[in-house]
Design a protein around this ligand. Structure first.
Ligand SMILES: [Zn+2]
Length: 474
């Protein structure tokens, strides 16, 4: 079994930082070796581990992190007659460039089809194509007796989180009654229901009114989905989950009103959790209002909010009312895809690229004094692992865990741009943004994926992860 020693770095985990070397044997972390702080070592030279290792990676001056875990991605997802632009191959490669070593993507049940057939279909898309490990959540869009029975079979197959929609009537939308039934079913097994919480019925009326009045620009996507309707849906989802006694995870939270509802439920001891995404921390309604249809680049649901919401989201990350940052990576090219909505904002495919820059953008939050270093790792890796049943295999630098390791240079400068990113999409939502920090090396189960500015991975190295239950349940 080949061994690698990552020496000289600062190991950052959710519980703190430590000057330590990390020994990797095969695909696992074999040991975390605290260094003598005087820097000389007992023998005044190379450690015994360094002498014995097949390969030594010098991480002096760098952070050594557990690989990022992005629990919300949509690779090659069908939406509105087109597909999101990253395949599992291109999307997982871009993820690795940005220090993410695990994604959990969504299998999408189409109406009239079975959950298990859906899962097979998504396995076929991902199998043999991923540069990093991956799991699946299941989107339930057709609640009926068969679907409800199949949820247990999904859990047995390692898929134990089920996403439902209070938005998109006629597509993914589920009624309160259907949501309640699915929550009751999930609750019997301890599975988690994930919710897209926006009041789609009311939103559709506002959209129709805007279009009838000739308001067709992208900014109207935001104006017709007011934050109050995210707050209302979030409260309703929490109430339904309480009645069904089901763990609830609110996806891509964007609004202060929704955060307040989650904070109150958590205060009361309910198993309610929430994630936000970098776009809601950094971008705003002003971006949706960019002229010349450029706002279309920023169309996602829930929409980008007025800037005033950003401070509450950062605060929520500190107080743990927001426990996870994922990306909702769902890229559509500006040309030919976003352009489907010229003259009618409701036809713009919903989604933004982001899988490559989550670790960097949250590190920028550390640099700006909004998060601590351990909290950065916690919200991007450790908590996602625990929330979705992957810990301690993933999400930590510890003996016995998978050697999913990122070496990160906290002082490097980079400028985000479509010209240099690796996502298969023709624009960057952060074009020209200068940030401090960048990935130097990414290892997935001990194998080098990114090193020296080169992709050295292999499609097909990434393996499917059968996940356990949420590890935070009371
Ligand atoms: Zn999504």
């Amino acid at each position: 079994m080949s061994t690698t020693l990552i020496s000289g770095g600062t190991v950052v985990t959710a519980s703190g930082t430590q000057d330590a070397d990390v020994l990797v044997a095969g695909e696992k972390i074999a040991a975390v070796l605290a260094r003598d702080v005087t820097g000389t070592g007992a023998d005044g030279g190379e450690s015994a581990a360094a002498v014995a290792a097949d390969r030594v990676i010098d991480a002096t001056g760098k952070y050594v992190l557990p690989g990022g875990i992005d629990v919300h991605t949509h690779m090659e997802m069908p939406f509105g007659g087109t597909f999101s632009a990253d395949t599992f191959e291109t999307g997982t490669r871009a993820a690795a460039w940005g220090g993410t070593t695990t994604i959990v993507d969504f299998a999408v049940q189409a109406k009239g089809t079975s959950l298990l057939a859906t899962l097979d279909k998504w396995h076929a898309k991902a199998d043999g194509n991923c540069a990093i490990d991956y799991g699946f959540h299941m989107i339930v869009s057709d609640v009926n007796e068969t679907t409800l029975k199949e949820m247990d079979a999904c859990i047995a197959a390692g898929v134990n989180s089920f996403k439902m929609f209070m938005a998109y009537p006629g597509v993914f939308y589920a009624t309160d009654g259907e949501i309640l039934l699915a929550m009751q079913q999930a609750s019997r097994s301890g599975a988690t229901v994930m919710m897209h919480a926006e009041n789609g019925i009311a939103i559709d009326q506002l959209v129709a009114q805007a279009l009838a009045a000739g308001r067709t620009d992208p900014v109207n996507h935001g104006l017709t989905r007011p934050p109050e309707l995210e707050g209302e849906a979030t409260s309703r989802a929490i109430t339904l989950a309480r009645v069904a006694d089901c763990p609830l995870y609110i996806v891509h939270m964007s609004a202060t009103q929704a955060l307040e509802a989650v904070a109150e439920a958590r205060e009361a001891g309910q198993n309610v959790f929430a994630e936000t995404c970098p776009q809601y921390l950094y971008l705003s309604l002003e971006d949706l209002a960019r002229p010349e249809f450029e706002g279309a680049k920023f169309v996602a649901s829930p929409p980008l909010r007025p800037k005033s919401h950003q401070d509450s989201l950062w605060r929520g990350l500190r107080t743990n009312d927001l426990s996870v940052v994922s990306t909702d990576h769902c890229p559509f090219c500006f040309k030919d895809q976003k352009e489907l909505g010229r003259g009618d904002f409701s036809k713009i495919p919903n989604g933004m690229p982001g899988v490559e820059h989550r670790m960097d953008l949250l590190h920028a939050g550390v640099a700006a004094g909004r998060l601590t270093l351990p909290r950065w790792v916690e919200v991007t890796s450790t908590t996602p692992a625990r929330m979705f049943g992957l810990y301690p295999r993933k999400g930590v630098i510890a003996a016995g865990s998978d050697a999913d390791i990122v070496i990160y240079d906290p002082r490097a400068r980079q400028t985000l741009s479509a010209a240099t990113h690796h996502m298969n999409v023709d624009y960057s939502a952060y074009e020209g943004l200068e940030i401090t920090g960048r990935v130097v090396t990414t290892l997935s189960r001990g194998h080098t994926v990114i090193e020296d500015g080169q992709y050295r991975g292999t499609p097909g190295h990434g393996a499917f992860l059968a996940r356990g239950l949420n590890q935070y349940l009371l």
